[in-house]
Structure formats: structure tokens, C-alpha cells
Design a protein around this ligand. Sequence first.
Ligand code: HEM
Length: 387
Amino acid sequence: MTDTIPDLSLHRSCPYGPPDQAAELRERGPVARVRLFDGSTPWLVTGHAEARALLSDPRVSSDRSAPGFPMPVPTPGPRPSNLSATLIANDPPVHSRLRRMVIPSFTVRKVAALKPKIEAIVTERLDAMLAAGSPADLMADFALPVPSRVICELLGVPYEDHEFFEEQSRRRLDADGQAIQNLIKYLHDLVGRKIDNPGDGLLDDLIAEQLREGALDHTELATMGMVMLIAGHDTTANMITLGTLALLSTPDQLAKVRADEAAIPGAVEELLRYLTIAGTLSRIATDDIELGGRTIKAGEGVLVASAVANREQSDDLDVDHPLRQHLAFGFGIHQCLGQNLARAELEIAFTQLFRRIPTLRPAVPLDEVPRRDNALLSGVTALPVSW
Ligand code: HEM
């Protein structure tokens, strides 16, 4: 029997639905080969238990400069020079050293202390959106400015520069790689200014505690800042819009959220799983690994299809019964640094949005909502709403 290897697409016909390929991929078993845009055929893990096992296995590496490191979509090269100090592209001990520098700023306690600020930002954005009147673009008027302002506060990046960094961040996968270079230069200059004129933010703390001690150099700090700036606003903005769209499109679930605000933290957790906007996670094996009845050989690439694995337990959205062992924030040592912050932002954003605009509804049919749809990040680019 010839067993053709399927091309990976992970396209979602419905913006808040699972990848169209999910059932076909699952049928091939929890671990099976898949073909990428560049013709390579890494392993794809679609089983939930197998995904957790792989992501917590010390025999996988996140070193994106390794030959054969699988990326599900074309990314601008050369990769390694951009990623010297990013958490996401490093293994222990470098990864552990970098993560220790920033983790204290993202603990539950630190995020709890930020909540009044997040509340104020959300209130201000909703005041402005309501004052401008219906209809509005929930992405541009609410979902993007909220996490953008929050991450600026946390890092000590001037929010006046948001149009620049949001635009560059949107273009970060462009083939010429210019957007990433622009962002690194921006952060490099900002760190330079902060060295002379310290301010109040995580970048300033890192200058005082790490740069001056020689634990990080100027470029490494700029790269680290860039990743936190991008990761800190883009994903959360997509979760706010897509989460709102999913709820507005599922009236029985929306009714539960509207009836009882205490249901919102559970709804956030369930939406994270159900939507899994970061749909694939990339690794490369450093040793032979037995997984799901297959042998992944040392040097072979592995993609974890978290968007498929997270739908294994249920394909339904049930805000009353969130399935918590999900992979929306990844799993293992690279599990999302900003997950406490993201949860707080989503909870506050949904609470105020549905409390203050009880008649909120999409202003265009579902198939006219402009999409962003790739295996790395799924979402919408705008969400016209009215009330
Ligand atoms: C709902 C919003 C978010 C989602 C869905 C999300 C998703 C993820 C996922 C899936 C990973 C793991 C990647 C991997 O294992 O390859 C990750 C890592 C990461 N996230 Fe998030 N994220 C979100 C918000 C944030 C925020 C607000 C920040 C703020 C700084 C952030 C910063 C990071 C960083 C720095 C990493 C790399 C961690 C490491 O490698 O140790 N994320 N995120």
C-alpha cells in the first residue's frame, strides 16, 4: 500500500473552528509524517497525550538554527542572527538563564498588582469606542490597543510608538526580514536611550540588573525586548477578537457568560483551548524518541499540532466545563511566559465588554470577516461590530 504524506495546511474554514484537516490528520495516528511548503517531511504530533509527552521531553530542542528545524510557514532568513537571545529559540542552559531573568515580572502576584492598570486601560478604550459610536472595528478600537498598552507599561516602551511596532509586528513573516530588523533596531535605540535616562519598566530593570552586570549585552536585550513586545500584544489581541466572535456566534454559551460574570475565567480557559490560536509548535529531536508507536530519529523535525490536539477532548465550546490540560500556551519548559498576564487581560476585557455593551453583535456576515489564517497564528485582522 502506498502511503502518501499529506501537505500540511491547517487552514480553518470557520475562523473559530478547528483546522479543516484535523480529522484527516488524526486518522493517520497521533504521530505521523506531514509535508511542509519546502518539501520537507517532519513528524506531526496530533495526539494530546503525545503532544504533552513530546513538549516535556528533554530530548527535543528549540534551536531554530539547527539544520532541518521545521517551520510550518516560510519565515524570513537568516534565522539564527535574529534569535540570539530569545527564549523561544534556545535550549537549557541558555534558555533557563534567560527565563530566570524575566519570570519574576510575570508571576501571578505581579500580574495581580497590574490588574487595576489593565482595568483602567480597558475602561478607557471602551469609553472611547462607545463615544465614537456604532459600528466599530473591535480589533483596531479595542482588542489591539488594550494588550499593546499593557505590554508597553510592563516593558517601559513608549505607547506613542505603537503604530510603528504593531505594523512591523504584522509584517514579521515578510520574506525580506526587514520588519524584524526594524524592530530590533527600534529596541536597540530605545535601550540606548534608557541606559542614559532610566525609566520604569522591565527593560529598565534588565538594564540595571543584567546589562550592567554583563549578563546580557545590548543586542541580546534588544532581541529579548522585541520578542516580549510582539508576543505580548499580537496573540492577546487575536484572542480577544476571535474569542468575542466565537461567543457571539454561540448564543447558548454567550448567554452563560452574560448571565454570570463569575463564569468568565472558565470561559477564557475554554476559549484558549477551543481556539488555540498558536496552532503549531516546532521542535527538533536530539536523540531517538519512541512516541505514539513511531520512532522519531535524532535530527528529525517535529511539529506539535496543538490546534488539533486541543480538540481531541472535545470539539464543543463549553464555558462551564473548561478542559484545563490544554496546550494553548504550550507545555514544558517553553510554556508561555506571559500566560498569567494574558489570562488577566482576557478576563478583564471580556467582563467589561459584555457588561457595558449587552447588545454587541457582528456587523458583517461571518464569511466577510477579514482573516489571518496560517499554521503559526490564526485570527482576524478586523472585526466589524455594532450595538
Ligand atoms: C492569549 C495570548 C497568548 C497565547 C495564546 C500565547 C501562546 C504561547 C505559546 C503556545 C507559547 C509556547 C511556544 C513553544 O513552546 O514553542 C508561548 C511562549 C511564549 N510567550 Fe506567549 N502567548 C500569549 C500571550 C503572551 C504574552 C502576553 C506574553 C508577554 C510577554 C507572551 C510571551 C511569550 C514568551 C516570551 C514565550 C517564550 C517562552 C519560552 O520559550 O520560554 N505570550 N506563548
